[in-house]
Ligand binder design. Structure first.
Ligand code: COA
Length: 205
């Protein structure tokens, strides 16, 4: 979910300063310009976009994606493309599973929100949980974020289940936070660094 105001910035800024992150099965590679067409294709699937935005919304096309992909790299915030790893732990760069992101949250961009979107053919295999858990660890442990939010459509059962499984807890939505078409008041959930650390210590993830 993007903040209401479109983020504009330096489209040429690369994400090479950001780390590649890995899990048992997945590589999270910082988004590059070469990924934009793959992301635009993901955004063109009505099933994927059901609770996010109408297909054809210019903000979801290549230029819209480019405009918000690289503006906050200096803060360590951007998107990571998720690819499968082979048994030899090579990254299969042509088989995009989806993406995860840490992006500014709120009109003043003062907080951070997590974003996740996977291709429908890859749903239900635990990829999102695995990739988002890794990015949360990066956000809390490396970027030292105190809190990360998720903003989702109240009927997006998959997203709500994923967020709950990750330990996010509902908080009152800001009234201005609308999502979907027709727009509805979004469900806002947050996860604090201490809760994430406690769950990690208990082996919950
Ligand atoms: C939300 C999304 C990323 C989940 O991806 P995924 O890889 O299928 O998720 P996982 O396999 O890691 O599953 C995580 C949990 O969600 C549950 N889940 C997945 N799809 C579900 C659905 N349609 N309804 C209810 N629960 C669902 C899983 O069963 C699992 O919970 P469990 O372990 O208790 O069974 C994926 O559905 C998606 O990309 N949706 C479209 C984009 C979107 O809506 N993004 C969120 C915008 S805020």
């Amino acid at each position: 979910v993007q903040p209401k105001n479109v983020i504009r910035g330096n489209h040429d800024m690369t994400t090479t300063a950001l780390p590649e992150l890995r899990t048992a099965r997945l590589a999270l590679r910082p988004r590059t310009v070469a990924d934009l067409d793959l992301i635009a294709a993901l955004n063109a699937d009505p099933e994927v976009m059901r609770y996010i935005a109408p297909v054809g919304d210019p903000a979801m096309g290549r230029d819209g994606i480019a405009a918000r992909s690289f503006s906050h790299v200096a803060r360590g915030l951007s998107y990571w493309s998720v690819f499968p790893l082979t048994a030899a732990r090579d990254l299969l760069g042509q088989d995009l599973l989806g993406y995860v992101g840490l992006i500014p949250d709120g009109d003043a961009h003062e907080q951070v929100q997590i974003s996740y979107r996977f291709a429908a053919r890859h749903w239900g295999k635990g990829h999102a949980f695995e990739a988002v858990t890794r990015l949360l660890r990066h956000g809390f442990e490396t970027l030292a974020l105190p809190e990360i939010a998720i903003v989702t459509h109240p009927e997006n059962a998959a997203s709500l289940r994923l967020a709950t499984k990750l330990g996010f807890e509902p908080v009152p939505a800001r009234l201005e936070t609308l999502i979907g078409a027709p727009p509805v008041v979004a469900t806002r959930m947050v996860l604090r660094r201490a809760s994430f650390a406690a769950a990690s210590r208990q082996g919950a993830r």
